[in-house]
Design a protein around this ligand. Structure first.
Ligand code: ADP
Ligand code: MG
Length: 321
């Protein structure tokens, strides 16, 4: 393993301060892809960078990977500033870029060996076969890369990112256009790496994926951070819940005992109550339901999910938090 010393602030894996990127190549003039982004990715976290297409996710990742240059601001990776210690900063992360970049004339094994050489991993410390097994490429390790399917190429990108056993793994939309089986395999493996201490930074525009995998989430929109919190706190932020009761009998109209709540009577004996958990304890609702003489056959509650938060925070009317 290419040993990378621990970060200066042992709690932070990636720290960004006012990171700004202006593309000047575009025909329409300058495009600000990142607008003073400040973020701290805690060491050991499974961090989600979430945002719609064009938000600036890949630009941020590519700056960390050394594939794009920043316009202003600071980026510190594992304690190393990417300006003053670019080599150490690069060695601390393994990046799986969004774009598939595969040299068709090398076999996966050759590609991994070249990559290991680039990072100075001694032959005795290379874990080529272990990595191939983990990403499911053992059988095609010696085939030409041009013969690999899109899914296998994606796996090879992941394998390359892991070659130097980086303490930080960065995945830029790794499951876009990837089949369900590979997605499942990939997450099982990445979760295991995270459990073993690897910090994972994932970009995605799949909310469900982020909600299931990440312990912290930053939402960016048009180059700005609009939210950054634990996944649980983000979900809690909306403070909306829906209680659905299936009654034991038919209900014609909202009973007076429930009039003070936001109640809807639906077919199949369902009573829907929308409430704010911070203001209305569910016990008060259930007591009122009983006072109304409704017997509870069954009940479910539903929380707001990230989709709601995402829409709320990135609304085009600019009411960003
Ligand atoms: P995301 O990964 O969140 O979809 P990107 O970082 O790819 O977003 O893009 C952010 C913005 O920067 C977009 O408006 C995109 O069109 C623009 N952009 C990205 N790369 C370039 C480039 N090489 N030249 C000019 N503009 C770019
Ligand atoms: Mg992208």
């Amino acid at each position: 393993m290419a040993a990378v010393p621990p970060p200066l602030d042992p709690a932070i894996a990636v720290a960004l301060r006012d990171l700004t990127k202006v593309y000047r190549s575009g025909r329409q003039g300058a495009k600000t892809a990142l607008d003073a982004v400040s973020l701290a990715v805690p060491r050991g976290s499974f961090f989600g960078l979430l945002g719609p297409n064009g938000a600036g996710k890949s630009t941020l990742i590519n700056i960390l990977a050394g594939l794009a240059t920043k316009t202003a601001g600071q980026a510190v990776v594992w304690g190393y500033d990417i300006d003053s210690d670019p080599r150490q900063a690069r060695a601390a992360i393994g990046v799986v870029p969004q774009e598939l970049m595969i040299d068709p004339f090398f076999t996966p094994r050759e590609a991994l060996e070249i990559h290991a050489g680039y990072f100075g991993v001694p032959a005795a410390e290379r874990r080529t076969d272990e990595i191939f097994a983990a990403v499911g490429l053992t059988e095609v390790a010696d085939a030409y890369a041009r013969q690999l399917s899109g899914g296998m190429r994606r796996r090879l990108m992941v394998a390359k990112a892991l070659v130097h056993a980086p303490p930080i793994l960065v995945l830029d939309e790794p499951t876009a256009g990837v089949d369900v089986e590979l997605r499942h395999q990939l997450w099982t493996y990445v979760r295991a790496l995270n459990a073993g201490g690897t910090t994972v930074l994932l970009t995605t525009h799949y909310l469900e994926e982020a909600e299931q995998l990440c312990d912290r989430i930053a939402i960016i929109d048009r180059g700005r951070v609009v939210a950054c919190d634990t996944t649980a706190a983000l979900v809690k932020r909306l403070d909306h819940k829906t209680l659905t009761i299936t009654a034991g009998e038919d209900i014609a109209a909202v009973p007076p005992a429930l009039a003070r709540f936001e109640v809807e009577i639906k077919p199949f004996r369902r009573v829907i109550v929308r409430y704010r958990p911070s203001q209305t304890p569910i016990g008060a609702i259930l007591a009122a339901v009983q006072a109304a003489g409704i017997s509870i056959h069954d009940l479910t509650t539903e929380e707001a999910d990230l989709e709601d938060i995402f829409i709320e925070l990135t609304r085009k009317d600019g009411r960003a938090a």
